[in-house]
Design a protein around this ligand. Structure first.
Ligand SMILES: C[S@@+](CC[C@H](N)C(=O)[O-])C[C@H]1O[C@@H](n2cnc3c(N)ncnc32)[C@H](O)[C@@H]1O
Length: 284
């Protein structure tokens, strides 16, 4: 079992498009409840489910292996790892957010699987060198200022020949319809500028190569939102853009009216493409 080092202080995740859509799901203002509700909503989207299924098949974690999920969120993929590695293996999630870790631990216990969680940061993973056979990291890199440093850490904790799977959105592929394209374009540009690594999806392959991995596969999946998430997403985008002076109140009101009309007749489309890169380290 890998030895754990002391965790550094947690970083506060920045606001990002993944956090939009929670208003429908919670009745209070607890930011943690909002984030968990959003992650659960997203986990139910067919695009995310397909990407995860493909990713687990591609990473092919097997009985007795040691597998790590970096930025493990609610812990759902550690539950999947635990089922794959069995009693002789080790399924571990690492996340800097203690409240998120508490939820993940509750869920793993409820699932009666032996997965475990450790507080830590992608920049300084609290594990020895050569601790894992496989590492996955999903929708975390978009929050990182230095994804190359995080990738070097993943390479460090993997054994020679170990596999890594990186999954992330590329927000420049976002489609928002209906609405005045010029106003939508201004809002999208502002949102991209506020995200530390907004085009993360297209960078994953290069990051693995630069960290010494050989590439085995590349995957992609469009995540398409449904009406439950479309409406609050536009509302939130409009609110942020208005307060940032990116659009006027009139433009915001027109946009929301366009969206409502689109939802009413079934003419709406809001999507972003997620990309994945799978690689392995050379054997020693
Ligand atoms: C959008 S959520 C994704 C969670 C999960 N990987 C999933 O796909 O459902 C981003 C996660 O990254 C974690 N995170 C943020 N900054 C991090 C960092 N520097 N190192 C590791 N995890 C981080 C957050 O606490 C959160 O759990």
């Amino acid at each position: 079992m890998p030895r754990e080092h002391a965790a550094p202080p947690p970083r506060t995740p920045s606001f990002h498009l993944d956090a939009i859509g929670a208003e429908r799901s919670t009745s209070d203002d607890d930011p943690m409840a909002v984030l968990v509700a959003v992650l659960d909503l997203q986990a139910a989207l067919p695009g995310i489910q397909r990407m995860r299924r493909w990713g687990h098949e591609a990473l092919a974690v097997g009985p007795g292996e040691r597998a790590l999920d970096v930025g493990s969120g609610t812990g759902s993929e550690v539950v999947e790892f635990a089922a794959r590695v069995g009693e002789r293996g080790d399924a571990v999630g690492v996340d800097p957010n203690p409240a998120m870790l508490a939820i993940a631990r509750e869920r793993v216990a409820a699932a009666e699987t032996p997965g475990r969680f450790v507080e830590g940061d992608a920049y300084r993973l609290p594990f020895d060198d050569d601790s894992f056979d496989a590492v996955r990291c999903e929708r975390v890199y978009q929050h990182l200022d230095d994804p190359a440093a995080a990738t070097a850490e993943i390479a460090r904790v993997l054994r020679p020949g170990g596999r890594a799977l990186l999954i992330d959105s590329d927000w420049q592929t976002a489609i928002l319809h209906p609405g005045n394209p010029e106003v939508v374009g201004r809002m999208t540009a502002a949102m991209l500028a506020a995200t530390p690594n907004a085009v993360s999806g297209r960078l994953l392959r290069g990051l693995l190569v630069a960290a010494g991995f050989a590439i085995d596969d590349i995957g992609s999946e469009a995540v398409i939102w449904d009406p439950v998430t479309v409406r609050p997403m536009f509302e939130q985008l409009g609110k942020s853009a208005l307060s940032g002076g990116v659009i006027t109140e009139q433009e915001r009101d027109e946009l929301v009216a366009d969206i409502d009309a689109g939802i009413e007749i079934g003419d709406y489309h809001l999507a972003v493409t997620m990309f994945a890169a799978l690689g392995h380290l050379p054997p020693r």
